[in-house]
Design a protein around this ligand. Structure first.
Ligand code: PMP
Ligand code: GLN
Length: 428
């Protein structure tokens, strides 16, 4: 029998096949060098085999979707911000505010930020030279750290720390030194703070109110940070995204303390204050020369962002004092609601003085590993939370192992539901 002659299409790989084959080979062979590795390591996301994990927020939000659990993990509100602010964005889009805004930010927003800093803190800023609008506080932090450190410089933060700090310090080749915050009040030991800051320190990053612990730092701690920055010629970077969410003592921006302004970069954003975390409009303020240095980096990260959202956030920043005091009052009520639910479920909790978050110790419930508890929590209770270990360097995770962070920036009904579901833990 005569074999049929193979025609071209039978014998040759199709273009699609060969592309797939090449892709499959590439998946196994091409080494990916670059700064991603030290970035992921800095954020605690690189495992021993060199694999990079998703951030804890991405992982836990995906878990919540998969299990239909109530997401008290990632900190985002489940209600929109003020109607005036939303309407201003609609209007800006309709009015054609849809092209690149100026590199430093739209004057209407720069001026509103200056008015806000004056109204709440008595700080007088030049909107043209001392303020920079950024893609959220995240870009403000990244541009600041990358602009101001050289490889090998030390950067001091508290620990646990917001993951972006570790990631960007790693990206910039910095050395991350931490000062522990310990339960129950999560205030730093001042001798440890003094010991961590040395002549090698380039930046001291402060996050007040603090994520994930909800701590608010008293004036004497902030004054010591200013003193240490002077003594060791360091710059202070202060992340104040929860500035309007303190539940007792008013927020003290470090830049208002004597001797601080000249060496402080103050960072905030509209995400938390206006419940608009997806808009990613942030800003920083600092002396003009520091702003110009940071702009040199920022312009090559995003260049600019959020044209129609900038005038809308300006409307928000000009809202009456009553708006700002009421968000703190409402959030305090939510904190108390979830705190009661967590206590009733059997957790030992630290009552936070600010932010969106409450830290719960699972030890009384018989859990010594918060990461394991967070993986099991959807099945046990239908709730998602995040382990505090995810905010710690690998070396220090054990110390924070039983602690779990719950977000209370959610509707009251949802927090009531969550509290009822958490009760399943105590009756296990
Ligand atoms: N800093 C802290 C402490 C945060 O919790 C967050 C998350 N909202 C950010 C910075 C990032 O803020 P943004 O969403 O404005 O980039
Ligand atoms: N800031 C939010 C939190 O701490 C999450 C931000 C993020 O997902 N990167 O939960």
């Amino acid at each position: 029998m005569i074999e049929p002659r193979p025609c071209r299409g039978d014998s040759l790989e199709t273009m699609q096949d060969s592309t797939q084959r090449r892709q499959a080979q590439a998946r196994h062979t091409v080494p990916i060098s670059g700064a991603w590795r030290r970035t992921a390591r800095g954020a605690g996301l690189l495992d021993d085999d060199g694999n990079v994990a998703a951030s804890i927020f991405a992982e836990m939000s995906a878990l919540a979707v998969r299990t239909h659990a109530i997401n008290l993990g990632q900190g985002f509100p489940d209600e929109d911000g003020p109607a005036e602010v939303l309407e201003a964005a609609h209007q800006a889009i309709s009015a054609g505010v849809n092209q690149y805004p100026p590199g430093r930010g739209m004057p209407v927003l720069l001026e509103a930020i200056a008015r806000h800093q004056q109204r709440f803190y008595g700080l007088t800023l030049d909107p043209e030279t001392e303020i920079l609008v950024t893609a959220g506080a995240t870009e403000a932090l990244a541009a600041t750290i990358l602009a101001l450190i050289e490889p090998g410089d030390e950067v001091v933060t508290f620990e646990p720390f917001y993951d972006a700090y570790g990631g960007v310090i790693g990206l910039g080749g910095g050395i991350h030194r931490t000062v522990p915050l310990r339960a129950p009040d999560f205030q730093p030991d001042l001798d440890a703070l003094c010991a961590a800051v040395t002549d090698r320190t380039r930046l001291i990053i402060v996050n007040d109110p603090h994520n994930p612990t909800g701590a608010v730092f008293p004036r004497h701690t902030l004054e010591l940070i200013v003193e240490l920055a002077h003594r060791h010629d360091a710059i202070i970077v202060t992340d104040e995204v929860y500035e309007h969410l303190t539940f007792g003592a008013p927020h003290i921006p470090i830049a208002t303390l004597p001797g601080a302004w000249e060496r402080t970069v103050t960072i905030s954003s509209g995400g938390k204050t206006f419940s608009l975390t997806g808009w990613k409009v942030g800003w920083l303020s600092a002396p003009a020369a520091i702003v110009t240095a940071i702009l040199a980096v920022k312009q090559f990260l995003t260049y600019v962002n959020g044209a129609p959202f900038q005038p809308a956030i300006a409307v928000g920043l000009d809202l009456p004092d009553s708006y700002f005091s009421s968000i703190a009052t409402v959030m305090k009520g939510k904190r108390d609601l979830l705190a009661a639910g967590l206590r009733a479920a059997g957790f030992a909790i630290s009552v936070p003085q600010g932010s969106y978050f409450i830290v719960a110790d699972a030890t009384p419930l018989g859990f010594s590993d918060g990461a394991e508890l967070c993986r099991r929590l959807p099945a046990l209770t239908g709730i998602v939370a995040v382990p505090i270990q995810a905010f710690c360097s690998r070396a220090n995770r054990a110390e924070y192992a039983p602690l779990v962070r719950f977000a209370y920036c959610k509707k009251v009904e949802l927090l009531e539901q969550a509290s009822a579901q958490l009760a399943a833990l105590s009756s296990r």
